[in-house]
Design a protein around this ligand. Sequence first.
Ligand SMILES: *Cc1c(COP(=O)(O)O)cnc(C)c1O
Length: 377
Amino acid sequence: MAETKLKALEKLHLRRRLRPSDRLPEAVVVRDGRRLLSFSCNDYLNLSLDPRVIEAAVEATRRYGAGAGASRLVTGDHPLFAELEARLARLKGTEDCIVFGSGYLANAGILPALMGADDLILTDALSHACLLSGARLAGARTLTFRHNDMAHLAELLETHRASHPHCLVVTDGVFSMDGDLPPLPEMAALCARHDAWLFTDDAHGIGVVGGGRGSSFAFGDKVDVPLQMGTLSKAIGGYGGYLCASKPVVDLMRTRARTFVFSTGLPPASVAAAIAALDIIESEPGYCQRPLDLARLFAWQMQLPAPQSPIVPVIVGDASRALALSAALEAEGFLVAAIRPPTVPRGTARLRFTFTARHREEDVERLAETLKRLMEG
Ligand SMILES: *Cc1c(COP(=O)(O)O)cnc(C)c1O
């Protein structure tokens, strides 16, 4: 049965394979013995290999051990958690914060704890897959609005909001495959008007937009987003997920989010690494700005619209063309992911470039020149 399924996927160019990759500093990845310059890592600030972050993880392992030993509600709540949660709440400007095992686990736990079968979830059409998993687990009525289309969201709120006790509006803070931001000030105003909660998944926002504080801070004045979720596994450089919110919401999660209650706490090393990463993010705003500056340089060279985040998609349409261009770039020493359905809608297969603080300007220029030549050829 599995073999038949795999064959069908192979035919559609949708079969995926793992490739062992050794990541080195300065955004280098070694594959099959070859050094490639990576434009495919979400480690935007290169903190996963930062000596200060590594040292913090090693020290925490020595002091507190390799694992948490239990769910945090049992004996797994080692002292570093409280410090990390206070730091994240401060960065995001919320009352409290709760750390989960990963971003995916956070979304799979938060949505069902907040929303039930009678409730309404409205979600952007391009929201990350794990938000849809969370919405499904919640069992709430879930409707999709067209990507960043506030008129459509307003229409859905007007038509459906009144017939449900609670309503949650869900969006990525930075869209993971397109790199754009939702119009958060407008969204927050719509939510306030219709008594709906606004939830952002800021996996690709924290550390790199809004001066490192994420998408709520990318529009000048802080936008009032009561539920700011994110991950510690991208710009933060380690592993884990979080929700920054009011104290009652966080307390509800500690009591009811199943992926929190029934899953082991993060290892001390991951928590300490995240704290060390936040030290760097809070003290070096210029460093946090670099990935976006380099993305803008690349987009300018490619004559693409100015990006709003360090993610720049180059849409090529067909999955096989995306794969061929990715392979051609690899032959030239660049690692660039081809993103295909079902990760992105059919017909929008793309190369997805992510820029990191430690890329050099001359490498970004060389990348753009190479890509232009390959796309013409
Ligand atoms: C990566 C990602 C996640 C998942 O986070 P993990 O910590 O890797 O599980 C969730 N949402 C979005 C938008 C992401 O890009």
